[in-house]
Write a new protein. Structure first.
Length: 345
C-alpha cells in the first residue's frame, strides 16, 4: 500500500495570513516528498477560506518545481465548474510542466454553498450527471478531433491543445461513494477515491465491497486502483493523541456547518461555532474521532493501516486538514513518515 498527503490551505480566522498558510502548505508538501510519500493531493473550492483552493493546477505546477519524486494530484476537480475543453487543455499543460507527474481526481462536488455561486440550478444529482459526461469527453479530447453533443455541453470537432505527456493520458480518479459511482468509474477505466469521513471502519469495508462489486460487473476492464482518504494524527503521548482527537472533532463541526450551509458567512469565513455548539453535536465527538478516524500512537496507526491494506486498498492518503497549528501538523506528518511508513516497506 502506497501513502500520500491530502492537504489544503486551511483558514478559520481572518487573523491568519493567507501567504503564511501557503508557505506552510509548501513546507508540508516538501516534507512528504523528502519522506518518500507517493503523491500529494489538493482540491478545488471557491469562496471558502475553510479550504482555500481556487485552482489546484496552480498549486501543483508550483509544487512540481519544489519537489522531485511525488505524483501530484487534484483531489478533486469539481466537474460542474469546468468546460471539457478547458479541463482537457489545462490538465494537459500541467502534465507537460510537471514532466508527467499529474494525476487527476474529479468529483461532482459537495457544498451547496459553492453550487449556488458557481452555476445555474446546480444540485447533487445534476452534478453527478455532469461528472459522467465530462470524464469520457476529456479522454476523447486528448485523443483529438472529437465532436461532442451532450446534455450539458456541445461543441464541434476539437483537439485538446496541448496534449498530455503521459500516454495515453494522466491517470483519472473518480471520487465515489454510491454503487453507481463505483460502477461508472470502473467501467470507464478510472481509479477510485473514497472517504468514509467521520464514519467508522464498517464504512471502510463497505466502500471496498462496492468497489469490488463494480469490478465484478466489469470483468473485461483491467482492475483499477482504489485510494482511501482519512483524517490521520500520529501522537507521541496519550495527552497528545487526545488533543488531536479534540482538534479533528472541531474540524468536523466546521465541516458539517459548511455542508449544511445555514450559518452566516462573512469574508469567506463561517460564523464561529461556540463551545456549546461543538459539545452538543449529535454525531461528532473526540471519542468518536478516535474510534473512527486514524488517530493514535504509532502502533495504533500501524494496526489500523495494516487492516486497510489487507482489505485491498492500493493507497492510503493522510488527510492533514484538521484545524491544528502548523507545528502540530508537521510533527504528526513526520512521525507518520519516520515511524509508520517503514512498517509497510
Amino acid at each position: 500500500m502506497k501513502f500520500s498527503l491530502f492537504v489544503h490551505l486551511e483558514r478559520i480566522s481572518a487573523e491568519e495570513s493567507q501567504k503564511k498558510l501557503y508557505d506552510e502548505f509548501i513546507q508540508l508538501c516538501e516534507i512528504a516528498d523528502r519522506g518518500g510519500m507517493h503523491a500529494i493531493w489538493t482540491g478545488e473550492h471557491h469562496g471558502m477560506n475553510f479550504t482555500i483552493a481556487p485552482n489546484p493546477f496552480l498549486n501543483l505546477v508550483d509544487l512540481a518545481r519544489r519537489t522531485k519524486n511525488v505524483r501530484l494530484g487534484t483531489g478533486t476537480i469539481v466537474a460542474p465548474f469546468w468546460h471539457p475543453i478547458k479541463l482537457a487543455g489545462e490538465a494537459a499543460m500541467s502534465d507537460i510542466i510537471m514532466d508527467g507527474r499529474l494525476d487527476i481526481g474529479i468529483a461532482r462536488g459537495a457544498y451547496s454553498f459553492e453550487y449556488e455561486r458557481m452555476g445555474d440550478d446546480l444540485e447533487p444529482w445534476k452534478c453527478g450527471q455532469m461528472l459522467r459526461e465530462i470524464v469520457p469527453a476529456v479522454k476523447e479530447l486528448w485523443k483529438g478531433d472529437y465532436e461532442h453533443k451532450g446534455e450539458f455541453w456541445s461543441f464541434p470537432k476539437t483537439t485538446s491543445a496541448p496534449k498530455p505527456v503521459q500516454d495515453p493520458h494522466p491517470p483519472i480518479w473518480v471520487a465515489a461513494r454510491d454503487p453507481n459511482s463505483h460502477e461508472f468509474a470502473v467501467a470507464n477505466g478510472c481509479n477510485v477515491q473514497v472517504t468514509p469521513l467521520w464514519l467508522g471502519d464498517d464504512e471502510v469495508e463497505s466502500l471496498m465491497d462496492r468497489f469490488n462489486a463494480a469490478c465484478d460487473k466489469n470483468p473485461d476492464v483491467q482492475r483499477p486502483k482504489i485510494m482511501l482518504l482519512r483524517h490521520t494524527y500520529v501522537g507521541d503521548s496519550e495527552a497528545d493523541v487526545q488533543q488531536g482527537a479534540e482538534e479533528i472533532n472541531r474540524f468536523y463541526n466546521y465541516f458539517g456547518a459548511w455542508f449544511k450551509n445555514e450559518r452566516p458567512i462573512t469574508q469567506g469565513l463561517i460564523e464561529e461555532l461556540s463551545e456549546e455548539d461543538i459539545a452538543n453535536h449529535p454525531i461528532y465527538s473526540a471519542q468518536s474521532m478516535r474510534e473512527n478516524n486514524v488517530i493514535g500512537d504509532t502502533d495504533t496507526v500501524i494496526k489500523r493501516l495494516k487492516a486497510y491494506e489487507a482489505l485491498g486498498y492500493d493507497e492510503y492518503s493522510f488527510w492533514i486538514d484538521s484545524g491544528m497549528s502548523f507545528e502540530r501538523k508537521k510533527a504528526s506528518l513526520e512521525r507518520f513518515i519516520n515511524d509508520v511508513m517503514p512498517a509497510f516497506e
